[in-house]
Design a protein around this ligand. Sequence first.
Ligand SMILES: [Zn+2]
Length: 283
Amino acid sequence: MAEKMKIIPLGGLNEVGKNMTVYEHGGEIIVVDCGMGFPDGDMYGIDLVIPDVTYLVKNRNRIRGLFITHGHEDHIGAIPYILKQVNMPVYCTRLTAGLIKLKLEEHGLTKQTKLITVEAGEMIRVGKFYVEFIHVNHSIADSVAFAIHTSMGVLIHTGDFKIDSTPIDGDVIDLGRFGELGKEGVLALLADSTNVERPGYTMSESIVGRTFDRLFTGCKQRIIVTTFASNVHRIQQVIDAAAAHGRLRAEGGRVRAEHGEHHEGGHGAGVHEAPQEHRGRPE
Ligand SMILES: [Zn+2]
């Protein structure tokens, strides 16, 4: 019988959120991402939406691992709920692992979960799959795409990405590696990026820093900035602008407070660097 490759999306297609894709080959399964979705207006009393994993539960003994592209909720939010139904090792980069760990702690799953940290550029073998981590730019640090090498060929699963030639951490998306894989030949490319159907380019994240600088200049009043708590590069840019303009800084928000506690032992200041004198409280 000819070899077969099955790609089964359990969520994330034609919708924002709930990203989860199953790859099945040679009787073995790997899963990419495990996100939550947001309830529609008519889902009264429902706080979050998770993928239907009946297929995984039925085939649990054939699953080799869960690979996570990045730490956004729509890619990791369902992890604790799904792991309670199907336990599997989780492979991801360092920041993503940190965010997942908070969820595992909250749900008391730390002990029974194998959380394995992998760096971009590395390749992990699980069963018949070789999964290569490739660095990409996105609005959260430590994001990766996967090149899934199999005996049938290579599949590329990009996850969310953006091509930023001047990212904040200076670490540009590894287009070279995508080029190499393209030359060698790719069986299928699964690409996902919000607004991908809109023509043109997305501005580099460093433009945001310059914009902050312009807005902070000459402002005498209190400045309030809102952002996703996971966008650590953007928060760093706010902190840099605050420091450069001699501003005291105060942070609020539920997720922000959680992140801060875990990264800095309760100071609530998060993973960022700022001179001590710029850490402040609202007057
Ligand atoms: Zn994302």
